[in-house]
Design a protein. Structure first.
Length: 148
């Protein structure tokens, strides 16, 4: 496992990314002063964004169903726990966007190659009303879980 977002697992045999870019910002308010440089005041953390990019090869990882699974997770409008493959908890993140670029098609229109980019944004961890939950459909089995 490379990383997981909720129960969605990024792994070598499903949806493997080959590039991870993280951008973290902080907010500073500027107050102009006469004859001097502006004074700045730290107003808190800003955006924290992770961009995952990779390529799906139909013969190795199957079709783009895993990208649709991510879209379904994004449709929930919730933030999910982001866990690194080494077990480090990264907080709650939501899916900002999923992009795909398909090429090299089979005769039936199925792409042989799909390049994808997934953008995750960090959620304010204190906003518990936007955190996703999983309904286990009474079975206790995450395989039959649905997004609630």
């Amino acid at each position: 496992m490379l990383m997981s977002l909720g129960l969605f697992v990024f792994s070598i045999d499903s949806l493997a990314y080959d590039r991870l870019q993280r951008s973290t910002q902080w907010r500073w308010a500027a107050n102009n002063r006469l004859g001097e440089r502006p004074a700045h005041q730290f107003t808190g953390p800003g955006e924290d964004r992770i961009t995952l990019s990779g390529t799906l090869a139909h013969d190795i990882t199957g079709d783009g169903q895993r990208l649709q699974d991510l879209r379904d997770l994004g449709d929930s409008g919730k933030a999910w726990v982001l866990m690194q493959g080494d077990g480090v908890h990264q907080g709650f993140w939501f899916i900002d966007s999923v992009e795909e670029n398909a090429s090299y098609f089979f005769p039936d229109g199925t792409p042989r190659k799909i390049e994808f980019t997934v953008v995750l944004n960090r959620n304010n961890d204190g906003e518990t009303d936007t955190i996703g939950t999983l309904a286990m459909n009474g079975t206790g089995n995450p395989e039959t879980a649905r997004i609630a």
